[in-house]
Design a protein around this ligand. Structure first.
Ligand SMILES: NC(=O)c1ccc[n+]([C@@H]2O[C@H](COP(=O)([O-])OP(=O)(O)OC[C@H]3O[C@@H](n4cnc5c(N)ncnc54)[C@H](O)[C@@H]3O)[C@@H](O)[C@H]2O)c1
Length: 429
């Protein structure tokens, strides 16, 4: 397969051109010929103009990469190595929504031919590739696994907003449906990942490894969030405690905060779903999820308690929320827990203004039903710094004082202005 791809006798197909699929398509396009396929026509038009709608990949990364971006299924016909990188969200009941994965698999199944490979990058529960996707591939194509075509799973480790750890410089896990598949998939991915690949012993191991990475992070943050609920009752600052504990050689630093986005706060539900299906209730993982999902409501409650303590009337109070995206320096607002905080404050009658230098106003209105504003002379009773975008980090107390009313509360969720705010009523997790 590697030789065929190198000689450009055949092509790689990347299905789904979002945070994960686009960098993969562009990296493979430096060595092989790639067809980048997405169902969203506007995204394809934008990519053909070298503009990443997510703002993660610069225009320069498109230079020298042999990728045809398309939403036309027929363009996939000349491809033999298919990579699927479509979303795997949960529904409103926190149950895995596999519809994108199933529809992308069906698209590939219809064009699958002897000798082809299908590699999944989407985050799934252990067993999903072989139990859900493989039957679709076999049934729709009439071909048989390993005899006619091979499959694999290679989880993605891309971290939005992070320019240090990238697809190119982080070891990538690969797995395959048999030894030959593993070796071929490993050889192809090794061409774009400088430190090389890790060969997992099975597809299930590779799937479980990805879920473990994100579940571990979710639980560690949950522990810090719970600690901050306890320490707050003692008026002890959690960040100071973490700093002190961090001087021990085997202490791992994690910080409290809102866990949003479509990875850390979602992937553990894929594991808990599978676990429940197998008859085990994963109470540690679910407890962590509960703690993290409640943090926005806890922060809203502490904000209102402190406003009342400062003698303010809640329904007259004006609040400025700085940052809506699910994390700093990205423009993705999906599953932002800041929105929970805003809705909770509004439900008690507080007036809330929201700013964000990265978020898109139209998307915000569509997703959450409120608009973004700019600060224009309003004075606030509370300023909540929710997402420490680099545009906010450069601000100082003089700025915050200029938009603050008397007895203004400053809530610094990530503790970035700790020790720098001395005149406003400072509170952090
Ligand atoms: N974003 C991350 O940081 C990250 C990191 C590691 C793993 N993952 C996982 O990778 C997968 C993709 O995540 P993402 O963040 O890139 O998603 P995304 O929403 O940014 O992009 C997915 C793209 O797939 C397209 N799509 C949906 N159904 C399709 C179909 N049937 N055919 C073709 N295109 C289709 C969408 O239009 C969209 O452009 C998910 O399983 C996610 O959990 C994401």
């Amino acid at each position: 397969m590697y030789q065929q791809l190198s000689k450009k006798n055949t092509k790689i197909a990347v299905i789904g051109l979002g945070y994960v699929g686009l960098p993969i398509a562009l990296e493979f396009g430096r060595i092989f010929s790639v067809i980048g396929f997405d169902i969203k026509k506007e995204r394809v038009i934008s990519l053909n103009n070298k503009i990443d709608p997510d703002g993660e990949v610069p225009a320069t990364a498109f230079e020298g990469s042999d990728v045809l971006f398309t939403n036309n299924v027929e363009d996939l016909n000349g491809c033999s190595f298919h990579i699927i990188a479509v979303p795997t969200p949960v529904d409103e009941h926190k149950v895995p929504d596999l519809s994108y994965l199933e529809s992308a698999t069906t698209i590939i199944a219809k064009i699958l031919k002897k000798g082809d490979y299908v590699v999944y990058e989407s985050t799934v529960f252990p067993g999903c590739t072989e139990e859900i996707c493989l039957p679709i591939l076999e049934k729709q194509s009439g071909l048989l696994l390993n005899q006619d075509f091979k499959i694999g799973y290679s989880p993605e480790r891309i971290n939005p907003g992070d320019t240090q750890y990238t697809l190119r410089n982080v070891i990538k896990i690969v797995s395959g449906s048999d030894e030959e598949a593993l070796e071929n998939i490993a050889q192809i991915y090794s061409a774009i990942v400088q430190p090389g690949v890790y060969r997992a012993s099975s597809i299930k191991v590779a799937e479980a490894a990805k879920i473990l990475e994100n579940t571990q992070r979710d639980l560690n943050i949950a522990l810090m969030n719970e600690l901050s609920l306890i320490l707050d009752k003692m008026q002890v600052n959690t960040y100071e405690v973490i700093e002190a504990a961090g001087t021990k050689w085997n202490f791992h630093k994690y910080y409290p905060g809102l866990v949003g986005g479509h990875c850390i706060g979602v992937d553990p539900y894929y594991l808990t779903y599978k676990s429940m299906e197998l008859g085990y209730e994963p109470y540690v993982i679910l407890s962590g999820r509960k703690v993290n999902d409640n943090m926005a409501f806890y922060i809203a409650r502490r904000c209102m308690q402190q406003l009342i303590a400062a003698g303010k009337n809640l329904t007259d109070s004006k609040i400025l929320v700085m940052g809506l995206t699910f994390k700093e320096n990205v423009n993705d607002i999906r599953n932002s827990k800041v929105a929970d905080l805003i809705h909770e404050l509004k439900s008690f009658g507080l007036h809330v203004d929201v700013t964000d230098p990265k978020a898109d106003n139209k998307e915000t209105e569509k997703e959450y039903g409120f608009s973004l504003t700019t600060v224009n002379g309003t004075k606030y009773d509370a300023i909540i710094l929710t997402v420490p975008h680099k545009e906010y980090i450069g601000l100082d107390e003089r700025y915050f004082l200029s938009i603050a009313k008397e007895q203004c509360l400053f809530i610094d969720i990530k503790g970035v202005f700790r020790k720098k705010i001395t005149q406003l009523n400072y509170w952090s997790l």
